[in-house]
Unconditional design. Structure first.
Lengths: 116, 110
């Protein structure tokens, strides 16, 4: 069964850093683009970042550009999101998903809380 | 990267049909046939219901259908069932591997 599992969330102070991971299984991870999407408490879904299959192309929402960095390790079937200079408004559940004919196979997400 | 516009809420009785609209611009919805729709129940992860405007993943009932006209995409749910009550989000490709979501629509089954 195709699965993605996000991890790495937690409580961090404003200005701090955190690295999220997304472990993928049961599909050829290296063949697909991947995305991060976030959802603030009680709010809607917001696209954060996309990376292509080999990691050579990376794109970001304006709200995180220059602060967040997406990467992947195809040998480990893992997607990452390095989050720096975190702000209160970055507080959200972060989901990863496979980009192929829509955003498929979402994990359960990992909660990031930015607060002092 | 402005959010796509969806109605905040829609409702219908069991057995009826409802349509949720999703309005963007020529830079997103109108420019590409890459609109997708997601269903999200409270506390759960989103689930893909429609891809590429009208494609339906295996396992999604054919009561769910999608369409697009100009800068507006639509999700229609026919034969409403109680389990369809959820939040629904549209999403469009917006060029250069960027994406934009709608604000979400709460569907209530009366």
């Amino acid at each position: 069964e195709v699965q993605v599992v996000e991890s790495g969330g937690g409580l961090v102070q404003p200005g701090g850093s955190l690295r999220l991971s997304c472990a993928a299984s049961e599909f050829t991870f290296s063949s697909y683009g991947m995305v991060w999407v976030r959802q603030a408490p009680g709010k809607g879904l917001v696209w954060v970042s996309h990376i292509n299959s080999d990691g050579s192309s990376k794109n970001y929402a304006d709200s995180v550009k220059g602060r967040f960095a997406i990467s992947r390790d195809n040998a480990k079937n893992t997607l990452y999101l390095q989050m720096n200079s975190l702000r209160a408004e970055d507080t959200a559940v972060y989901y990863c998903a496979k980009n192929k004919e829509g955003l498929r196979f979402w994990g359960q997400g990992t909660l990031v809380t930015v607060s002092s | 990267q402005s959010a796509l516009t969806q109605p905040r809420s829609v409702s219908g009785s069991p057995g009826q049909s409802v349509t949720i609209s999703c309005t963007g611009t020529s830079s997103d919805v109108g420019g590409y046939n890459y609109v997708s729709w997601y269903q999200q129940h409270p506390g759960k992860a989103p689930k893909l219901m429609i891809y590429d405007v009208s494609g339906r993943p295996s396992g999604v009932p054919d009561r769910f259908s999608g369409s697009k006209s100009g800068n507006t995409a639509s999700l229609t749910i026919s034969g409403l069932q109680a389990e369809d009550e959820a939040d629904y989000y549209c999403c469009s490709f917006a060029g250069s591997y960027t994406f934009v979501f709608g604000g979400g629509t709460k569907l209530t089954v009366l």
